[in-house]
Design a protein around this ligand. Structure first.
Ligand SMILES: [Zn+2]
Ligand SMILES: [Zn+2]
Length: 495
């Protein structure tokens, strides 16, 4: 939900979850056995660690000579290594590692050992863990070369900080899936009972609603201290009629520049700012960023995303049962049916959810503009005395510029330059890097166009509303059709 985030947590959770499903992963090339596959996997992990370590050493050496070049080299390295780790791990899982785990980690009755599915995405998780120990040295060196007075984390504190985020955001969902899989393997009668299924849906929803209440201790967040920043946030919330349980400060010692909103219910909802972002924004930019986060709540994006993923997986699951129970997979495809389904899910998420997410981010950007705007559509800039528009209904040039500057700040702090438009390769790279939010240049061009044509804002909101409604109706329609084709009893059973 952040203004700008590159690691794509939603996609990551889905990829990790898919890796834990009981998929008949393909066998490796004929001559390879499980041990050889494990050896190749180990070599890839070591190779990637070596590349990161050498790259980090270069960053550290470069800092005294050219700090700017070192910073951009560091972020480039991190992006490339993350992509290498992700796609390398996917290739390994498809190329034999997934099969090797399902083949070797079994008990005497041939069942997969409890929680062994976590080993399938294991190479990726191991690389993630190793990367904390490597990035630490580059981060610390960059911190020392910078202007910050505060001491940097120690290695154990740094790793603990990364581990907290990892467990809460990525590993907890994966662990829940592995638990559910383990139960259905070892206690199939229990897993088939309606009571158990009802209870697991209940637990999943309960966790989603309640988890935000624990995010403060889990991530080591602090209450936003009293002062001008807190007053500014509170004033923006009053203007935009937004309620949350508290404003939180995430002390990262300058490591992360981000803002996010977590939770759905006002009483269990927080807006979080990292220290780095807060100290980099001037007051109008702060209005724009908090407006962006409030925009996600105002337009109901979080519950919408949950409904989208819930309905999509129901439709997908029903279609899968339908294919299996009626015609069955065509010859030669049967073996890879579930695999194809997982790949199809990936494509669906990339295109459909990617499109939806960019639509919603633009809605949030527009609330950001409105949060920083006065009632005069031709205003020539704001002073300390300017009264900002109530209800977040107006758009003015100063508000647009505040949002654009805020995006620039977040981008620079995340090591992303505003990409120049030029070759198609740059264009593809820009889209790839900012799949969930759209390329920054696109976002900024659209925002700047509002100065001349403010009516484009309301038009986008209407457009987004219609598309979101149509998508929901389409999903519900598809579910009804698929469920009817399957028959009621069969449909209820596969739930
Ligand atoms: Zn956002
Ligand atoms: Zn103004």
């Amino acid at each position: 939900m952040a203004v700008y985030n590159s690691p794509m947590p939603i996609l990551m959770i889905l990829v990790l979850a898919a890796a834990c499903l009981p998929v008949p992963w393909p066998r490796p090339f004929e001559s390879l056995d499980a041990a050889a596959t494990a050896a190749i996997t180990g070599l890839f992990v070591l190779g990637s660690i070596l590349i990161s370590a050498l790259g980090c050493a270069r960053v550290v050496r470069l800092i005294p000579e050219d700090r700017g070049a070192a910073v951009s080299l560091y972020y480039r390295l991190r992006r490339r290594v993350s992509l290498l780790n992700l796609w390398g791990s996917v290739a390994l899982v498809f190329g034999g590692w997934g099969w090797a785990v399902r083949e070797s980690a079994t008990d005497e009755r041939g069942r997969l050992t409890p929680f062994a599915e976590v080993l399938v995405p294991g190479p990726y998780l191991a690389l993630l863990l190793a990367s904390w120990f490597i990035w630490f040295f580059a981060e610390r060196a960059l911190h020392r070369g910078g202007m910050r007075a505060q001491a940097f984390w120690t290695l154990p504190a740094y790793v603990a900080q990364q581990a907290r985020q990892f467990v809460l955001l990525l590993f907890l969902p994966v662990l829940l899936i592995a638990t559910q899989q383990t139960i259905s393997r070892y206690f199939p009668e229990l897993a088939d009972s309606a009571l158990y299924q009802l209870a697991s849906v209940f637990v999943a929803f309960g966790l989603l609603l309640i988890l935000p209440l624990f995010i403060k201790p889990l991530l080591g967040l602090k209450k936003m201290p009293d002062g001008p920043i807190r007053d500014r946030l509170t004033a923006a919330a009053v203007r935009l009629r937004f309620r949350c349980r508290d404003w939180l400060l995430w002390p990262t010692r300058g490591l992360v520049a981000n803002a996010m909103i977590v939770g759905v219910l006002p009483r269990a909802r927080f807006v979080i700012f990292t220290d780095r972002l807060l100290e980099s924004l001037d007051p109008p930019e702060l209005d724009a960023v908090v407006g962006h986060e409030i925009g996600h709540a105002r337009h109901g994006h979080i519950p919408y995303y949950f409904a989208f993923f819930g309905l999509s997986s129901l439709v997908g699951g029903t279609l899968l049962t339908l294919v299996e129970s009626s015609a069955g997979w065509p010859d030669g495809v049967a073996e890879f049916g579930l695999l194809l389904a997982v790949a199809g899910l990936g494509v669906y998420i990339f295109f459909v959810f990617g499109f939806l997410s960019r639509l919603c981010e633009r809605q949030a950007d527009l609330v950001g503009v409105r949060a920083a705007s006065c009632a005069d559509p031709y205003c020539g800039g704001h002073s300390d005395e300017t009264v900002l528009a109530d209800g977040g209904r107006a758009i003015c040039p100063a508000g647009v510029h505040a949002m654009v500057r805020a995006l620039d700040v977040v981008m620079n702090l995340s090591g992303l330059d505003r990409p120049e438009r030029g070759s198609w390769k740059q264009w593809v790279a820009a889209w790839w890097k900012s799949w969930q939010h759209g390329p920054p240049s696109h976002r900024i061009d659209f925002l700047l166009s509002l100065i001349e044509r403010p009516e484009r804002a309301a038009r986008h909101d209407r457009y987004a509303f219609r598309i979101r409604l149509a998508l929901m109706l389409l999903l519900v329609g598809a579910l009804i059709l698929a469920a009817t084709a399957l028959g009621r009893d069969e449909f209820v059973r596969q739930l």
